[in-house]
Design a protein around this ligand. Sequence first.
Ligand code: GLN
Length: 547
Amino acid sequence: MARFIFITGGVVSSLGKGLASAALGALLQARGYSVRLRKLDPYLNVDPGTMSPFEHGEVFVTDDGAETDLDLGHYERFTGVAARHTDSVSSGRIYSTVLEKERRGDYLGKTIQVIPHVTNEIKDFLSIGEDEVDFMLCEIGGTVGDIEGLPFFEAIRQFSQDKPRGQCIFMHLTLLPYIAASGELKTKPTQHSVKELRSIGIAPDVLVCRSEGPIPLKEREKLALFCNVRPDSVIAAQDLKSIYEAPLAYHKEGLDQAVLDAFGISPAPKPKLERWDDVSDRVFNPEGEVKVAIVGKYTQLEDAYKSIAEALTHGGMANRVKVKVEWVDAELFEKEDAAPHLEGFHAILVPGGFGERGTEGKIKAAQFARERKVPYLGICLGMQMAVIEAARNLANLGDAGSEEFDHEAGAKRFTPVVYHLKEWVQGNHKVRRKVDDNKGGTMRLGAYNAVLTEGSKVAEVYGQTAIEERHRHRYEVDIKYREQLEDCGLIFSGMSPDGRLPEIVEHKDHPWFIGVQFHPELKSKPFDPHPLFRDFVRAAKDVSRLV
Ligand code: GLN
C-alpha cells in the first residue's frame, strides 16, 4: 500500500508547491520508487475547464480527457507519469458528487454534513489506486486557513489517522521574508502558519521554506524549535534560475532524505540522478539562442501557455540552444501590417485559444510565416487559423472563417472551413454534442489516435505514422475543403483513423510549416522532448544560422 505525502502551503500562495511536489516525486523515482501525484483544489468550479486562462493559467488535459490544474503538467514533466482524471479534484467536484448522491437517496435519510459526508468523499478520492504505487503525493491547493480549504485539511488529518502509523507524512511549504533594512530572514510568518496547521490537528514533518538566499543555521534551529520539526527537516527552497534545477537543488538541501527519514525508511536507497544532471547541463550550457514569437491572446499571463513555454524549453534542450520566447499580442496587428512585429524571429508559434478576439492577427501571423518561409507551428486554434489563411489567400475562399466566431457573434458571416463538430467516435462509441450543450467538459477531450501520411514532413518528424495526442477543442477543419486546399499546397498529412477529421496540415513548399489540431506540448518532458517541439526548434536554429 502507498505511503502518502500531503503537501500544504502557508503564508502566501504561489510559492511553488506544485514544483516542490513534482521535484520530490522525481527524487523518489530516482531512488527507485514508483510515484503518483495528485492535486486537491479548494475552489468551487467542478474543474478548471470553464475558467479563463487569465484567472487560472493553462488547463492541463489528461489522456483520459480530464481538464485539470496546470500543476498536473509539472507533475508529468518531472516524473513522466501520465496523469489521470483521478489525479485532480476540486471542492466543486466533491460537493457535486455529494449532492448527486443525496438526490439519489444514497444517504438513506441522513442529514448531509461536511464531516463526515464531504470529508469521506475526499478520503475516497485519496484512496483511488493506492495499491498501485510506493508513494502518493497529494498537494492541497491554496494556503492553510482558507475557508474553502478546511474540508480538505480535515480530510487529510482523518485519513492519516485511518492509516497505520507512519504511513502518512505532512510537508508544509512557507515563505521566509527577508527584511533588507535589518538584514534579517523572518521566521514568524512560518511559525504562525504552522500554528494554524496544528490548530486543525496537522503537525508538519518536513518544512520547506522559500527564501531568496540560504537559511542561516540560527534561523533553521529557531524554525525547528518553534515549529516542532527536526532541524534537518527544515529545507531551504532558494529561488532558482530554472525550474529544472529543482530536483538537484532540493536533493542538495536534503528534501528526499528528510522525507524518507520521516517515514523511518533506513537505509534509504541511493539516488540515481544522471537524468537531472543531463537536464541541468543542457539548460545551463546552451550553445546558441533562438528567438520564437508566440502570437496569442492571453499574453499577459505566462501561465496561460505554461506547457507550450516548457515544451519550447525542452526543444531547446534537445538542440542545445536557449529558446528566447517573446509573447506577441495578436491584436496588435489586426489592423496593421504584421511584418514589423514578426521580423527578427527565427520561428512563429500560434497557440490554442477560444473566441474571435485576436484571430485576424493570428491569420496574419500564419500568412507572414508562410510567405516569408519562417518555421511555423500552429497548435489547435493555431492550426485552424493556418487553414483559414490558406483558404482565403490561396484557395480563393475570401470569406473563409470558423463557425466558432459566427456562433459567438450570433451572425452568419463566414464560409465555415472550420465547423462545429457534433458527432465523433471515441474508442468504440459515438459522442454527440449540440451547439447549446453545457460548456463544462463537452469538448473533444483527451487522447485520440491519428494516422500520418507516409513521406510527409510530420511523419519524418515523428519517425512513425501512428501517433496518439491529447485534444481539447469543439471545432474542426472541414474535410470538404481538402482537395481544394491540397491543390494549393496545404497538405492534410495527419487524419483521424476513420479519415474524417484532419489532425495535421503542412505546407508542401515550405521548410517547416505544421499545424496540429491537438496539443503536443502536454506530452513533452525535459528528458524526452516532444518530437514536434524538438524539430521546430531545430528548424528555428537553422534559420538563426542563416541570419
Ligand atoms: N476554439 C477552438 C476550438 O474549440 C480551438 C480550441 C483550442 O485551441 N484549444 O476548436
